[in-house]
Design a protein around this ligand. Structure first.
Ligand code: NBP
Length: 487
């Protein structure tokens, strides 16, 4: 009696996914490597612990594990991203049969997935690289799952993956086919980048309330709770409310005792690096990543703060008015962030031939994952129209929203700058917006400078586009141009 699916890697994600699979009626085989000195008895502990009495079979021998699964085999790997996945694949290949399907559910780099899909297919197997978002809780009760790779595998794994996915409020599973090669992992990477942006924006909203309005944690929690009833309704706003109210065992609020130095694991950074490779602006996420880096320089900031004491005015603000402006800045900046993220997805789709469906991606993110929100319904709707918007902010609904938010948004940034209060993501978003809606930018100066010192050439407003000119700016330079390149 063979099992329906195998799962490798019994750390926090793997264990919970195995339990989730079993709870949906699937018969599951599980395997974890046994390395002397690492942690031994992982499989045994799981089988005799959380999996006791369940339809889950444990293996410590890889061949036995593979043989226990029905053909074509579906094997999900939930191991540390990086070389562990390659090592595991090499170990698995000798035991697989043609048409077997490997699913990498870790946070792999999409370029690694591009390569792995090709390697697996060259050996007659199928490979899916899938983002899985939602952490431990999502893995157990329903995650957002973003699979891409060998399309022939999709019909085989669809019922299984959709059964363990979260369901959006309208009942659709938050799991659908993304596209070929590493597209599933690319989409997951941008998801994580957007998560960095959302978190930074919420942190700035909190900071303005605390610093300019002098609100206490309960008052701030009430405001976030109120916002969570409206257009900003989302998981991150919800947990922010809970975090603000959370008491420390030793008394007081825990949040106030947490060191303001944040860490990161790299998916935000990858989003920015890949956006740069695609020559696409992703400034809000970049700002969020850089702010984490700057926050981690706590000692330097303490030193600098003594040399440049803050000139906070202690002005008395009208609370309802300022809260409205904070809301406008948060909502508008969030729109900018998603617009930038989806534009990167579109560019990747065009560059790599992935044919991504942006509305389907927005729908997949409505449940299970960290950035789940009702606002993703509006994004899905915007990309579903016949006449697809060239940019999310140009979709009629969002264009009108931004017009309504702009006065409050710029008022807030203006005020914060005057108060020497950092709101880097709010202001980055606002600057991006102003640049986006400027038919003219000072890039003519950049082009002139590039041509002046490097003979990089320029196009002219009074000539057809695509013709490149070089000026002998000094009278003594030569007429040799640099090779024209446009990234
Ligand atoms: P980890 O990322 O900590 O990975 C631990 C697992 O990988 C253990 O089962 C470990 O086995 C196994 N492993 C390692 Br390390 N090297 C191996 C190798 N060479 N061969 C076989 N197995 C190996 O676990 P996790 O936090 O559960 O995450 C799993 C994946 O899911 C990661 O890619 C992660 O980025 C991704 N993810 C995590 C979360 C989250 O919230 N934690 C959310 C979404 C996605 P051992 O027990 O013998 O050391």
């Amino acid at each position: 009696n063979k099992t329906d699916i195998g799962l490798i890697g019994l750390a926090v994600m793997g264990e919970n996914l195995a339990l989730n699979l079993e709870s949906r009626g699937w018969h599951v085989s599980v395997y974890n490597r046994t390395v002397p000195g690492v942690e031994e008895g992982v499989v045994e502990r799981f089988i005799n612990g959380r999996a006791k009495g369940l339809n889950i079979e444990g293996f410590t021998d890889l061949a036995d594990f593979v043989n226990s699964i029905a053909l074509p085999r579906k094997i999900m790997m939930m191991v540390r991203a990086g070389s562990a996945v390659d090592e595991l694949m090499e170990q698995l290949f000798p035991y697989l049969s043609p048409g077997d399907i490997l699913i990498d559910g870790g946070n792999s780099n999409f370029e690694d997935t591009n390569r792995r899909v090709a390697v697996a297919e060259s050996k007659g197997f199928l490979f899916i690289g899938s983002g899985v978002s939602g952490g431990e809780e999502g893995a157990l009760n329903g995650a957002s799952i973003m699979p891409g790779g060998s399309v022939a595998a999709w019909q085989e794994v669809k019922p299984i993956l959709q059964s363990i996915a979260a369901k959006a409020p309208d009942g659709t599973p938050c799991c659908d086919w993304v596209g070929p090669a590493g597209s599933g992992h690319f989409v997951k990477m941008i998801h994580n980048g957007i998560e960095y942006g959302d978190m930074q924006l919420i942190a700035e909203a909190y900071w303005v309330m605390k610093r300019l309005l002098d609100l206490d944690n309960e008052e701030m929690a009430d405001i976030f709770a109120h916002w969570n009833e409206g257009k900003l309704r989302s998981y991150l706003i919800e947990i922010t409310t809970n975090i603000l109210r959370h008491k420390d065992k030793a008394g007081g609020y825990l949040l106030d005792k947490i060191l303001d130095s944040s860490g990161q694991k790299g998916t935000g950074k990858w989003s920015v690096i890949n956006a740069m490779e695609l020559n696409m602006p992703l400034g809000l996420i970049a700002t969020a990543v850089f702010e984490r880096s700057l926050s981690a320089q706590k000692d330097l900031r303490e030193l600098a703060s003594r040399q440049f004491p803050n000139k906070h005015t202690q002005a008395v603000y009208n609370k309802p008015e300022l809260v409205k402006e904070i809301y406008a800045a948060l909502y508008a900046s969030k729109l900018v962030s998603y617009a930038q993220g989806f534009a990167v997805l579109q560019k990747a789709s065009d560059s790599f031939g992935w044919n991504l469906d942006l509305s389907s991606i927005a729908r997949m993110w409505r449940g299970g994952c960290i950035i789940r929100s009702i606002f993703l319904n509006d994004i899905a709707a915007a990309f579903e129209t016949e006449d697809k918007p060239k940019h999310l902010l140009l979709a009629p609904y969002f264009r009108d929203e931004i017009k309504g938010l702009l006065p409050g948004w710029k008022g807030l940034v203006e005020q914060a700058m005057r108060e020497e209060l950092p709101v880097p993501a709010f202001s980055s978003a606002l600057n991006y917006f102003y640049s986006l809606v400027s038919a003219d930018l000072p890039a003519n100066m950049i082009q002139a400078q590039r041509d002046y010192f490097g003979a990089h050439t320029f196009e002219r407003k009074d000539e057809l586009r695509g013709q490149f000119f070089h000026e002998n700016w000094t009278g003594h330079g030569g007429n040799t141009k640099s090779g024209t390149y446009n990234v």
